[in-house]
Write a protein that binds this ligand. Structure first.
Ligand code: NAP
Ligand code: ZN
Ligand code: ZN
Length: 347
C-alpha cells in the first residue's frame, strides 16, 4: 500500500482538513502519479456538502488532476516513468457495455467509477480524489498531457474543458452559429474559448456585470446581463445554442426564451434543486434541451491535443492547499477568475 497525504471533509458540514490514507500498490496495468496540480470544480463543493444526495465520507474531492508518473506496472504500455499524466472525473467503468466499447465510458451502463465519492469495481473500496499527493490509476483511464509548461492551467481541462467541449462537438457548433454561454465560471470560461475557437459568434449571459470585460477577452463578442429584463427581452429568439453551466437554482425558462426556432440548450450545470420547465417555452419554437456529462477517454485526449495545438488553457488562480475552504466560499459567490487550482507542492 502507498501512504498518501490529502485534504478531506469528514461530513457534509465539515470544512476540508488534512487526512491521511493509503492507495493500492501499483498493479500490472497501473501507473503511480505524483500529483502536481488539481483544479477546484463546483462539483467538488456539491459533493463535499452532499448537495446531490448523501456523499461517502471521508470525501477527498478533486478530479482535474495533472502530475508525473513515478512508477509503472509490468504490463503498462501507454506511459513511462517521468511522463506527464492527467486524470479526470472517472477512474474505471465496466469496460464491456456498449457505452464503454464505444469510448463513452462516462455513460457506462453499470455506472462509471467516480474519481472520488464512489467505489472501485469491487464495490467496497472507496475512491479518493485529487486533493492528494499521489494517485494510482489504470493506464487506460489516464490521459497524456501534451504540454510542457502552464501545467496548472492545463489541469481544469480534465473536467471544465471536456465537459464543455463534448456537447459543443456533439451539436456540431461552429461557423454561422450564434451561441450563448450561461455563467462565467470554470466551465463557462472554457465554453467561451471553445465556441469562439470553433468559429461561432459567442454571447456571454452572466449575472455579474463586472465580468463583461473579461468575457470579451476570453472570446465573447457580446455580453448580456442576465438580470437586465429589457436586455433579455431584446435577445428573445436569437441563439442557435445556449450552453448552460449555471451551478445554482435559476429559472431556465427565462433563458429558453432566447433560443431560435429549433434551438437547443446544451445543459451541463447541475444545480442542487430541479428546474421547472414550462412546456410552452419548448413547443412554441420546437426548442430542445440536451444534457451532457463530461466526455470519454478518447474524446478527452482529442480535446487535450487540440488545446495543445491551439494554445488553449484555463485562466487560473493558483492556491495553496490550506486555502481550499476560502476558495470554496469564493466560488459560491461567483468570485473566481476563472478556476482555482491547488498547487500540490503546498500539501
Ligand atoms: P462555477 O465556477 O461556480 O460557475 C458557475 C457560474 O454560474 C458562476 O460563476 C455564475 O456566473 C453563474 N451563476 C451562479 N449563480 C447563478 C444564478 N443564480 N443564476 C444564474 N447564473 C448563476 O461552477 P463550475 O465549476 O463551472 O460548474 C458549473 C456547474 O456544472 C456545477 O453545477 C457543476 O457541478 C456542473 N458540472 C457538470 C459537469 C457535467 O459533466 N455535466 C461537469 C462538471 C461540472 P456569472 O457570475 O457569470 O453569472
Ligand atoms: Zn468537475
Ligand atoms: Zn460500461
Amino acid at each position: 500500500m502507498i501512504p498518501v497525504k490529502s485534504y478531506a471533509a469528514l461530513s457534509k458540514t465539515d470544512s476540508l482538513a488534512p487526512f491521511g490514507f493509503e492507495r493500492r500498490a501499483v498493479g500490472e496495468k497501473d501507473v503511480l502519479i505524483d500529483i502536481m496540480y488539481c483544479g477546484v470544480c463546483h462539483s467538488d463543493i456539491h459533493m463535499a456538502r452532499s448537495e446531490w444526495g448523501p456523499s461517502l465520507y471521508p470525501i477527498v474531492p478533486g478530479h482535474e488532476i495533472v502530475g508525473r508518473v513515478s512508477e509503472i506496472g509490468a504490463g503498462v504500455t501507454k506511459f513511462k516513468v517521468g511522463d506527464l499524466a492527467g486524470v479526470g472525473v472517472f477512474v474505471d467503468s465496466c469496460r464491456k457495455c456498449d457505452c464503454c466499447k464505444s469510448d463513452l465510458e462516462q455513460y457506462c451502463d453499470e455506472g462509471m467509477t467516480g474519481t472520488y465519492n464512489g467505489y472501485e469495481r469491487d464495490g467496497v473500496t472507496p475512491t479518493f480524489g485529487g486533493y492528494s499527493s499521489k494517485i494510482v490509476m489504470d493506464e487506460h483511464y489516464t490521459l497524456h498531457i501534451p504540454f510542457t509548461s502552464q501545467l496548472e492551467a492545463v489541469a481544469p481541462l480534465l473536467c471544465a474543458g471536456i465537459t464543455t467541449w463534448s456537447p459543443l462537438k456533439f451539436a456540431g457548433v461552429g461557423k454561422g452559429h450564434k451561441v450563448a454561454v450561461m455563467g462565467l465560471g470554470g466551465l463557462g470560461h472554457m465554453a467561451v474559448k471553445f465556441a469562439a475557437s470553433f468559429g461561432a459568434e459567442v454571447t456571454m449571459l452572466s449575472t455579474s456585470a463586472s465580468k463583461e470585460v473579461d468575457a470579451k477577452k476570453l472570446g465573447a463578442q457580446h455580453f448580456i446581463l442576465a438580470t437586465d429584463e429589457a436586455a433579455m427581452k431584446k435577445a428573445a429568439c436569437s441563439f442557435d445554442f445556449i450552453l448552460n453551466t449555471v451551478a445554482a437554482p435559476h429559472d431556465m425558462n427565462a433563458y429558453l426564451n432566447l433560443l431560435k426556432l429549433n434551438g437547443t440548450m446544451l445543459l451541463v450545470g447541475i444545480p442542487p434543486e430541479d428546474n421547472r420547465i414550462n412546456a410552452a417555452k419548448l413547443i412554441s419554437k420546437r426548442r430542445s434541451i440536451l444534457g451532457s456529462m463530461i466526455g470519454g477517454i478518447k474524446e478527452t485526449q482529442e480535446m487535450l491535443d487540440y488545446c495543445a495545438e491551439h494554445n488553449i488553457v484555463s485562466d487560473v488562480e493558483v492556491i495553496a492547499m490550506k486555502d481550499i475552504n476560502a476558495a470554496y466560499d469564493r466560488v459560491l459567490k461567483s468570485d473566481v477568475k476563472y478556476r482555482f487550482v491547488i498547487d500540490m507542492a503546498t500539501l
